[in-house]
Ligand binder design. Structure first.
Ligand code: SF4
Length: 90
């Protein structure tokens, strides 16, 4: 049977800063280090950080479990921002 895995609990799922038009402002994005997230065009896809709790894969061969899923995923979903936020460098 195929097992659903949560990318947020995988060591290959990392958070990166993405700088946009202003050099001292950034947003947070999540990235799969194994490049499993791709657009239809074949380009790598990054997701907004606040959506990381929803990143689910069917039986990913590169899944590197970091710990017990529960209650981690539940707490993570509570602690994530509710929308995309812009941060400033101090
Ligand atoms: S390796 Fe698989 S489970 Fe891990 S972040 Fe990438 S797609 Fe998700």
């Amino acid at each position: 049977m195929r097992e659903k895995v949560f990318c947020a609990n995988c060591a290959n799922c990392i958070v990166i800063r993405q700088f946009d038009t202003e050099p001292d402002k950034y947003v947070l994005r999540v990235k799969c280090l194994k490049k499993k997230w791709v657009k239809r065009s074949g380009e790598e896809k990054l997701y907004k950080y606040f959506t990381v709790g929803r990143r689910v894969q069917e039986d990913c061969t590169e899944y590197a479990e970091m710990g017990n899923l529960l209650p981690y995923i539940k707490n993570l979903r509570k602690e994530l921002p509710i929308k995309d936020e812009v941060y400033a460098l101090k």
